[in-house]
Design a protein around this ligand. Structure first.
Ligand code: FAD
Length: 363
């Protein structure tokens, strides 16, 4: 039994994560009549509001983010596009938690979710346990940076960092930096590093997948459909860039013309002072920035054995097929602020339906 809030004998649901997906789900649970703390809690590992946005680098202003979708019942409004997105979104999420008196308990990092013989779930964090009928998992990807392995990685004597750890391009002024990865983060880092006076080399496994197609709702739906098809088949979700390509907006065209956004191709190994490219060139560098993406942070669900042989978790909508007590939001096709908001609503409805069905069975 927990000494932290929400310590009732059995909760209707536990939401893990208070980012866009977890807050949307929590807001809809309150709208649906669940009582904060008595019927559900939202457990979040962060020290304060903001989800992953809390940690994004200061130069990522709101105007440079693609879009942050409104949470249900409280529009984001029109904040200053020059303000760091981390500050804007953390403030917005904090307002949201207060406005709807959401039962967010933090900092609480869930270690494991286990299934009990009586059909309930135990959600464990350190010495604390919350017992629940259902689970809405909204833990995002930020806590699981992906560092691909290359031979010699341990021999490189310069600095290595991941998107997860990037703070400011200015600290690389005058340095030679390799940026690894073919996604949007890599593209944005390369432009910032060049502006800050770094010499950059762009390493990608495949030629960058530039596309002339502009972001629009139809494009968004096409991406979601493609990713959803994978999660339905129990395969690991692919990244949005893998599903869509990189849009050729004005800044990026200028970067290509300037030679900054031109890939040097794949690399095959790291050396003590640089990287060895597939075409045989050796590049001496001070730092390697791994813009190689993230995986879904789901280790705490391992005891539930949800993974399919294909390595992914098979879902129909937001419901896990192998265990319908569990809802995954912000996963696969819903890993965007728009998708996460919709998925939160769907999961809250699913929980309320499941509880209604259980109550009907008991009466
Ligand atoms: P998160 O915001 O990551 O929230 C997850 C929460 O769960 C965190 O607070 C975390 O601390 C908590 N948590 C994790 N593990 C545990 C645990 N074991 N126990 C307890 N709590 C836990 N999407 C857009 O729509 N527009 C954009 O402009 C955009 N820009 C992006 C820029 C970058 C650099 C990246 C990496 C992603 C971007 N995205 C963008 C995608 C973005 O990640 C999603 O849109 C969305 O914000 C994710 O919300 P979430 O609630 O799923 O996860």
């Amino acid at each position: 039994m927990s000494s932290l809030p929400g310590a009732t004998p059995t909760l209707a649901t536990v939401v893990i994560g208070a980012g866009q997906a977890g807050l949307s789900a929590s807001g809809h649970l309150v709208r649906g009549g669940l009582r904060p703390y008595q019927d559900f809690v939202t457990l979040d590992a962060n020290e304060g509001p903001g989800g992953a946005w809390r940690h994004r680098w200061a130069s990522l202003t709101l105007g440079k983010a693609h879009a942050v979708h409104d949470l249900p019942g409280l529009p984001l409004g029109t904040p200053d596009p020059h303000e760091p997105a981390s500050a804007v979104v953390s403030r917005y999420y904090g307002d949201y938690e207060r406005r709807f008196a959401l039962p967010v308990v933090r900092p609480v990092r869930v270690d494991a979710v286990t299934s009990r013989p009586d059909g309930l779930l135990d959600v464990r964090a350190g010495q604390n346990t919350w017992t629940t009928r259902t689970l809405i998992n909204a833990t995002g990807t930020w806590d699981k940076p992906l560092w691909p392995y290359y031979p010699g990685r341990e021999t490189f004597t310069g600095r290595q960092l991941h998107t997860h750890d990037f703070v400011d391009a200015a600290e690389f002024a005058g340095q030679s930096v390799v940026v690894v990865g073919g996604g949007l983060s890599a593209v944005q880092f390369l432009l910032q590093l060049a502006d800050a006076g770094a010499r950059t080399t762009w390493v990608t496994r495949r030629p960058p997948d530039w596309t002339d197609r502009a972001f629009d709702p139809e494009w968004g739906r096409a991406v979601e459909d493609r990713v959803r098809d994978r999660t339905r088949r129990g395969l690991p979700p692919e990244s949005v860039v893998a599903a869509t390509g990189i849009p050729l907006i004005g800044d990026y065209r200028a970067g290509i013309d300037a030679g900054v956004l031109v890939s040097a191709g794949p690399m095959v190994a790291l050396t003590a002072d640089g990287v060895l490219l597939a075409d045989g060139r050796q590049v001496a560098v001070d730092a390697i920035l791994w813009a190689t993406g993230f995986r879904h942070a789901l280790d705490h669900l391992a005891p539930l054995k949800l993974r399919e042989p294909g390595g992914g978790i098979r879902t129909e909508g937001v419901v896990v097929e192998a265990d319908p007590r569990v809802f995954l939001v912000g996963y696969g096709a819903s890993a965007s602020t728009l998708g996460a908001t919709r998925a939160g609503r769907e999961a809250a409805r699913g929980v309320l339906t499941a509880l209604g069905a259980a109550a009907a069975t008991r009466t």
